[in-house]
Write a protein that binds this ligand. Structure first.
Ligand SMILES: Nc1ncnc2c1ncn2[C@@H]1O[C@H](COP(=O)(O)OP(=O)(O)OP(=O)(O)O)[C@@H](O)[C@H]1O
Length: 616
């Protein structure tokens, strides 16, 4: 049972995550459902004994006993309804806490965040839906198990006081069921894991197909996609059928206890009744109780075959979380609002207590997948008020360097200091309001433009307008009929590539960072627009209306000419460093890049030599 213990520990914590009181109340509300049949059995015994003449009674008492039996059942039904409603609240509360903890870990736990989504969004969603459901279901089983145990203890006591031999013999099929469930649990676990994995593959594939609908259409790959989906579905179906078969087999085996038990009672009771030791009322009580007694091995079987399933779920949810977090963090208690609105998620105020004076990196090294690709031994110094450009050929390591500095990828070596103090966890330190980042691949959500810019940040219209202007996005927004209320569609599909990029830049700018980091705007901005953007950002920095320290990945002349310092990367190492003029004189890689860029901009219709660009 080595796997069982941690699973039970997690289940114990999941049970009380929506509140210990809520769990206990649920348990108390549920208990009458399996325990009241004890009373019903006793009423039946009295009723049948009186009707069969074992006890002297008039017809009026029989009627009262019938009414009592019906009353017990009605009461049981009513309590069941209340328990059910309460149970739904508890179930959703527990599932919400688990999902919130996974999301919290992905988004805010210390450490590098980039490696935290190793799966496609579809796969991650499948885990959040199915694995959370399995884990809560497993915990939920504890309630019927407790009820069945209380009933079994009472029923076996009453039955043993009537006929202990028949009672003892009735235990045998129940024990067989328990042993069988235990023996099959490993097989069920294997089949369940495979079914889950293949189920997630299908969900992930459909998610990818939705996201890439345009690419599929333009590549004429509809049939190929459908063929692949059919193949995934076939595998999933086969695995799901096997999983279902094994689970149903277990259920069937446990279900047969009822029939075997009733058969045994009839067989063993016949001679005892002939001897006059067993009344018709006893028979009614035994056959009534046997059905309910079968719920105990069934509940035990249910728990046993869910233990491996829950272990798989804990493992799969853990894989979505930060590497240093474990099952304890998965079931950590968080706020839960079952009624009313939760308090607004107010972002932490920007920590301006230690404004940037100088950001330094020493020996930054990132080796992708343990190989030679990445960046090696990079030293960087970014003083307040500087404009630093990182440039280099495709794949030189520019994005890796920026992401290493921001704590988005794990460092293999090196250190980062902010105003001379070492930054232990750049992933949680280099965030707004110290640093804002406009990444190379912009991400917008299917919300309004305003919500995409703010992402929950409380900001007034003037701040939003300033960010839009600096990002050269103001005129575009003014031309949209809905303005900032325009819904941009999934991932911003209703905007042009350049608009998405500028919206992302505005999102970074509205956060009023000390340091603005921008990774390559050139892929979606024409030369003039990018020039205008840097002009406006530089002017705002001079007037104190915008971030005055910039770290920019670019190969565009607009950025290179404006830079105080350029860092030239070549195959992950610094090939040159300094002002543009010096580098053009001393760094062959810079000369090569500069020549290539001049050509590209000339072809694009932009200015072909330094100084020819239009003034702001
Ligand atoms: N997660 C990763 N795993 C493995 N290799 C990676 C990973 N990310 C980047 N690389 C490799 O590391 C090298 C540097 O990549 P990086 O994205 O930093 O380059 P870049 O200079 O920003 O390129 P570009 O100009 O195309 O944006 C490339 O060879 C790239 O293939």
């Amino acid at each position: 049972m080595s796997r069982g213990r941690p699973v039970l520990r997690v289940a114990g914590r999941v049970a009380v995550t929506p509140g210990l009181g809520r769990y206990l109340a649920g348990m108390l509300l549920w208990l009458p459902h399996p325990v009241l049949p004890l009373l019903g059995g006793l009423v039946l015994k009295l009723l049948f004994d009186q009707m069969s003449g074992h006890a002297a009674a008039g017809m009026d008492q029989v009627v009262w006993l019938c009414a009592a039996f019906v009353g017990v059942e009605v009461l049981r039904g009513l309590v069941l309804i209340v328990a059910w409603i309460h149970g739904v609240y508890w179930w959703d509360g527990a599932a919400t806490v688990l999902r919130a903890n996974v999301l919290r870990s992905i988004l805010t736990a210390p450490g590098t965040a980039a490696a935290r989504q190793p799966y496609s969004p579809g796969e991650s969603l499948a885990r959040l839906r199915d694995d959370v459901g399995d884990l809560v279901d497993f915990t939920d089983e504890s309630v019927p198990l407790a009820g069945a145990t209380v009933f079994a203890a009472g029923a076996l006591g009453i039955m043993a006081s009537i006929d202990h031999v028949i009672t003892l013999i009735l235990l045998v099929p129940m024990l067989v069921i328990g042993v069988l469930s235990r023996a099959l649990s490993e097989v069920v676990r294997r089949l369940r894991r495979r079914a889950r994995v293949l189920g997630s593959v299908v969900t992930a594939f459909i998610g990818d197909a939705f996201a890439g609908a345009l690419a599929i259409k333009t590549a004429g790959a509809e049939d190929a996609v459908l063929t692949r989906l059919r193949a995934h579905n076939r595998d999933r179906r086969a695995a799901a059928v096997k999983d279902r078969l094994a689970t149903d087999l277990l259920d069937t085996v446990t279900g047969t206890t009822v029939e075997i038990g009733i058969g045994l009672v009839l067989l063993l009771a016949a001679p005892a009744m002939r001897r006059g030791d067993f009344t018709v009322g006893d028979l009614a009580l035994f056959t009534g109780y046997v059905g309910w007694l079968a719920t105990l091995p069934r509940a035990i079987g249910g728990i046993l075959h869910r233990v491996p399933q829950a272990a798989v779920s804990i493992e799969r949810l853990g894989e979505l979380m930060a590497p240093h977090e474990d099952a304890r963090d998965l079931s950590r208690r968080t706020g839960l609002w079952l009624r009313g609105e939760p308090p607004p998620a107010v972002p932490a105020p920007p920590p301006h207590a230690d404004p940037l004076q100088v950001l330094e990196a020493r020996g930054l090294t990132v080796r992708h997948a343990g190989g030679d690709r990445g960046v090696h031994g990079i030293d960087l110094r970014i003083p307040r008020g500087s404009f630093t450009v990182i440039t280099g050929a495709v794949g030189a390591g520019k994005t890796t360097l920026v992401r290493a500095l921001l704590g988005l990828v794990p460092l293999d070596a090196g250190s980062i200091t902010w105003n001379g103090r070492r930054v232990d966890d750049p992933g949680t330190f280099m965030v707004p309001g110290r640093v804002a980042y406009a990444g190379q691949v912009p991400r917008l959500f299917s919300e309004t433009l305003r919500e995409n810019l703010l992402l929950g940040l409380p900001a007034d219209d003037a701040e939003v307008a300033r960010a839009l202007e600096l990002a050269v996005f103001d005129r575009d927004v003014a031309a949209m009929p809905g303005g900032l209320a325009t819904v941009v569609g999934p991932r911003g599909v209703r905007l042009s590539g350049g608009q998405v990029q500028r919206a992302t830049a505005a999102r970074a700018l509205v956060r009023a960072p000390d340091l603005l980091v921008v990774d390559d705007l050139s892929s979606a901005l024409d030369v003039e627009t990018e020039e205008l953007l840097w002009d406006r950002v530089a002017a705002a920095a001079r007037d104190g209306r915008g971030p005055d320290t910039l770290l920019v990945v670019s190969h565009r002349r607009a950025a290179l000419e404006r830079a105080d310092r350029i860092v030239v990367l070549d195959r992950g190492r610094i090939a040159g460093e300094g002002a543009l003029g010096d580098l053009l004189a001393t760094c062959p890689e810079m000369r090569r890049l500069w020549g290539g860029e001049r050509l590209a901009e000339a072809e694009e219709g932009g200015p072909a030599w330094p100084g020819a660009r239009s003034t702001p």
